[in-house]
Design a protein around this ligand. Structure first.
Ligand SMILES: Cc1cc2nc3c(=O)[nH]c(=O)nc-3n(C[C@H](O)[C@H](O)[C@H](O)COP(=O)(O)O)c2cc1C
Length: 199
């Protein structure tokens, strides 16, 4: 095959993972919304990106892009905050939630040091990459918040899409906010009964 960097790699089957620990860890994962004032180490960031790179894609398209907001993070958050404050002003009369919510300057990224925007032409490919990256981040002792609110802002704001240099034809599928967690949970969020059937 051309265009590939084909180096020999050890194959590690998933069966080598302890499945009970894996299931228990997946069941225990929680969203983190409070972060320590501490950078995410470069090796950890690289591991997270590498996990996204190796996530499966339809037809092996490998078409997800990962954008670390880096030096533009504050500016991106500023655009989102202004947008939501406008929405709050216009919509508070109709939507009670908007009246109650306070949109602080850190409303979107919660002071976290690392924000990765995952974009693609395919929701599924990017969604899978995001989930893989989340699990890797948590295995590295980091906390993660998916920001659906940021995705909404990227849909509305051309200014934001320009700032994050969204690749042509891509849409923002997820925004993964990562940092060292400043909280520890005692409990998981209760789940409904499974919605599954066999035909
Ligand atoms: C796609 C997606 C988008 C989300 N967007 C937000 C968000 O914008 N703000 C927020 O505070 N939480 C957000 N969350 C977190 C959910 O509210 C959270 O996962 C859910 O309440 C269950 O809690 P848990 O993750 O601690 O188990 C999002 C989660 C997902 C999966």
């Amino acid at each position: 095959m051309t265009n590939y960097n084909c180096k020999e790699e050890a194959v590690v089957p998933m069966t080598e993972l302890d499945r009970d620990t894996l299931l228990a860890a997946l069941r225990s994962r929680r969203t983190i919304r409070q972060f320590k004032d501490r950078q995410v180490e470069q090796e950890k960031t690289e591991k997270i990106l590498e996990t996204g790179r190796y996530s499966p894609t339809g037809s092996n398209a490998q078409n997800a892009a990962f954008t670390i907001l880096g030096n533009r993070q504050k500016e991106a958050e500023g655009i989102c905050v202004n947008l939501f404050r406008t929405v709050k002003k216009l919509g508070s009369g109709f939507v009670p939630f908007l009246k109650r919510v306070e949109i602080l300057n850190s409303f979107f990224f919660k002071g976290a040091p690392l924000v990765i925007v995952v974009s693609s032409k395919s929701n599924v490919n990017s969604g899978l990459a995001s989930a893989y990256m989340e699990i890797m981040a948590e295995s590295l002792g980091l906390g993660v918040l998916y920001s659906g609110f940021f995705v909404v802002c990227a849909k509305i704001s051309g200014k934001l899409r320009k700032l994050i240099q969204l690749p042509k034809g891509h849409k923002v599928v997820s925004c993964i906010i990562i940092g060292h967690p400043a909280v520890k949970y005692q409990r998981i969020v209760p789940r409904k009964e499974i919605n599954a059937k066999t035909l």
